[in-house]
Design a protein. Structure first.
Length: 743
């Protein structure tokens, strides 16, 4: 089964005539959705209704309507496991419909490692409510006590008389139009047969064999192809354009201009590509970006919206007076792009005042409202249908590409497929913003930390979970949806350790050099880099082993268990137990720990690195991970998630950095914005701590936040040099090595 579906709409009466259904039936196919269809009149998308999430058709097939979508993380396979387990049906009977604003409840965007923790648990409660209701119906029909019934693979059996009745028979003409019961009895984890097992991901076979249909493969009758010609500068304005040369291209249809949004449209993709290169556009000069070499000075001097104390304990002023030695360090984190391997793509159709888009957006319900605002439509006149694209790990260019496709489709009155090129993706996706972090701490004669203060300079918008302004609205001068205040748990930016006097102040900046959005573990990656590297600097200054300084200041038993499991997994030897390598090649190990956002998922990491003192090159050879996210739904899927987190963040830590002129991004291809290559992918060794009786927490981001500091600490262990600027490219490492030399 693939993640894509064709919706076969049947009337309720027709369904009931075939044996009954909760809501509506769907036939699964490997082809994308080819036609815009209306939502069935009796299909609710209410988030508090069982029928919003679950349907059972006349054959016993269960369809789960998930607002959370598959972004390459295996989340929908895990959600199907959760639903099948709680309903007591075979997993192969469960199909998934995802991210369709007319069919699925709004469970919020697929981000922040909340797909299972929030989205999966909503579906678990809906499934438990449905199961309990069906058991009660069975008890009534069989005239037995409910507690004498068992259910397996959708068939209810009476332990007393052996009578059986199926879910299909129980549904009959009684739909489960009921509120989800938050207190519905959940299945005891000791009875699990599906949750906790390594079910293979459903989408992988088709992707391996090239039969999977991504949004890039989606087609509509009469569909045209488009390319956008983006401005020469970030805020350049379009003065004129000439498409005379384009008219000689076979298949060229026309140019589309809406304000500063310029596109070419053709009957085939190659003609659109050729026309985008042939059109002559004149743009105004604009040079409002900072000087790249002065980026962090720009960040530090940017206008502050407000200063917020996010964590405080004791009296740091008094603590500094008690100390005998003060340590200080500044860390910075580069501006980075999402670097999706496949550039964004979307298909849009505007017809009879209604817009339908097929989009790889991670936030189809939010995008629905944004598109409606941009085009002055009612939200119900916009339908967003999720179709998988390239993985995003944050808000990449997918929504912006979709917004441009929507504007073009409305302008030309025909369905249009817009495919971004590599320079569009690298140049115009919103960036992970640059961040500066200042630390200082005081140490007494016994090496105890008497005070700890940190100041972080970062823009708040990318850390808000409310959205990002659509690029098409900016370029075309169309209405932009206002975003509410932040919903991000800012307190999670603090340290997880019990220090007697500590204070964290964040200076929320009003703007960023380039439009920004969340990118894998936003804020937490940057602050954990600063927190955990500075703690290691204190450990080195006081002669304490890095593991020991963490254990000494940690009071959380689950956190301590994670650290001890990691210590055994990595076969850690106390720092200083072996001399540093004296030659050109130095090897080192670094440890780091986090309780993600201070409220969930415990992770600890050891990184083994090799540093070439001659070239400054850092290679991460091996990463050990101890991981506690509570109840594990799919161990193999969790392994895959952690491995992906490690590989991507190693790339961000040692390679990735956006470059720019005073006008625009200049790292527009893989040559100028390199990512980690296969020969440099580290071995990843993982110890999973399963807690079946605990709630499941998120896994998509937590490991990410630890990798930069683990590498930095390992570089110090190898060379005695502190690297404080991400990424740790050779030039930065060589400069740090030079500073670390005596004299």
């Amino acid at each position: 089964m693939t993640a894509l579906t064709t919706h076969t709409l049947l009337s309720r009466r027709a369904l009931l005539a075939q044996g009954g259904a909760l809501v509506v039936t769907f036939a699964l196919t490997s082809r994308p959705i080819h036609a815009q269809t209306a939502r069935p009149a009796d299909k609710t998308v209410a988030i508090d209704e069982v029928a919003g999430f679950i349907a059972i058709d006349a054959t016993g097939k269960v369809t789960i309507y998930s607002g959370k979508v598959e972004l390459g993380t295996g989340a929908t396979t895990a959600i199907a496991q959760i639903a099948a387990e709680e309903l007591s049906v075979a997993l192969d009977r469960v199909a998934m419909i995802q991210g369709d604003t007319q069919l699925t409840p709004n469970q919020g965007p697929t981000y922040a490692s909340l797909s299972i923790q929030d989205g999966g648990m909503q579906i678990r409660r809906a499934a438990a409510t449905a199961r309990e209701a069906l058991l009660q119906r069975a008890a009534d029909k069989l005239k037995v006590a409910k507690d004498t019934l068992t259910v397996q693979d959708g068939v209810v059996t009476s332990r007393a008389g052996g009578d059986k009745i199926s879910y299909v028979q129980l549904v009959g003409e009684q739909q489960l139009a009921m509120k989800i019961d938050p207190a519905a009895t959940l299945k005891d984890p000791k009875d699990y047969t599906i949750v906790g097992t390594s079910v293979p991901r459903r989408d992988i076979p088709a992707k391996i064999f090239g039969t999977f249909n991504f949004v890039q493969d989606h087609k509509l009758p009469g569909m045209l192809h488009a390319r956008v010609v983006h401005p020469a500068g970030v805020r350049s304005t379009l003065q004129s354009f000439d498409d005379t040369a384009c008219r000689k291209i076979k298949g060229y249809v026309r140019a589309v201009r809406k304000g500063n949004l310029l596109a070419v449209v053709a009957t085939n993709e190659w003609a659109a590509i050729t026309a985008s290169k042939a059109i002559v556009a004149s743009w105004s000069d604009w040079a409002g970006l900072p000087v790249e070499s002065q980026l962090y000075e720009y960040v530090r001097s940017s206008k502050v919206d407000r200063n917020e104390v996010l964590q405080t304990a004791g009296d740091t002023a008094a603590g500094f007076k008690q100390g005998k030695r003060t340590l200080q360090a500044t860390y910075d984190f580069a501006m980075q792009t999402h670097g999706s391997i496949g550039p964004s793509c979307a298909v849009a159709d505007f017809k009879d005042g209604r817009l339908t888009v097929w989009t790889p957006s991670q936030a189809s319900h939010l995008l629905q409202v944004q598109l409606a605002t941009m085009l002055s439509l009612k939200p119900e006149s916009v339908r967003c249908i999720f179709v998988e694209g390239a993985g995003c790990y944050g808000r990449n260019g997918a929504d912006d590409c979709t917004s441009e496709a929507a504007v073009i489709a409305r302008e030309i009155g025909k369905p249009v497929r817009l495919q971004w090129m590599r320079q569009d993706e690298h140049g115009w996706d919103p960036k992970g913003p640059p961040v500066v972090l200042d630390y200082r701490a005081s140490i007494d004669d016994q090496g105890q930390i008497t005070a700890w203060e940190s100041d972080m300079f970062m823009p708040e918008q990318p850390f808000k979970r409310s959205g990002v302004t659509l690029l098409a609205a900016v370029l075309a001068g169309l209405p932009k949806m206002p975003f509410p205040g932040s919903a991000t748990p800012h307190s999670g930016l603090g340290i997880p350790y019990a220090l007697p006097n500590n204070k964290l102040t964040v200076h929320w900046l009003l703007d960023t050099p380039l439009p920004s959005a969340w990118i894998r573990a936003p804020g937490n990656t940057q602050n954990t880099f600063g927190n955990e590297t500075f703690l290691d600097e204190i450990a080195a200054a006081t002669g304490v082993d890095p593991f020991e300084i963490r254990v000494r200041h940690l009071k959380d038993s689950r956190g301590l268990e994670v650290l001890e499991r990691l210590r055994a997994l990595a076969k850690w030897e106390p720092r200083g137990s072996r001399p540093r390598d004296a030659g050109a090649i130095a090897r080192g190990r670094g440890v780091t720990y986090s309780k993600y956002e201070s409220v969930r998922t415990y992770v600890a990491v050891v990184a083994d690195v090799t540093v070439d003192r001659t070239t400054g090159r850092v290679k991460v050879d091996r990463v050990f991970v101890a991981h506690d996210c509570g109840q594990i739904i799919n161990p193999d899927g969790l392994h895959n998630q952690i491995e992906g987190n490690v590989v991507q963040t190693v790339s961000r830590s040692v390679v990735e950095k956006v470059t720019f002129s005073r006008s625009a991004v200049t790292s527009l291809n893989w040559g100028s914005y390199p990512i980690l290559t296969f020969p440099n992918v580290p071995e990843v060794v993982i110890d999973l701590i399963d807690r079946p009786n605990e709630v499941p927490w998120g896994v998509g981001e937590p490991t990410t936040s630890l990798i930069p500091s683990a590498i930095a600490n390992a570089v110090y262990d190898a060379t005695g040099a502190w690297v404080r600027s991400v990424p740790f490219r050779p030039a930065q490492v060589l400069a740090a090595l030079k500073l670390s030399k005596p004299g």
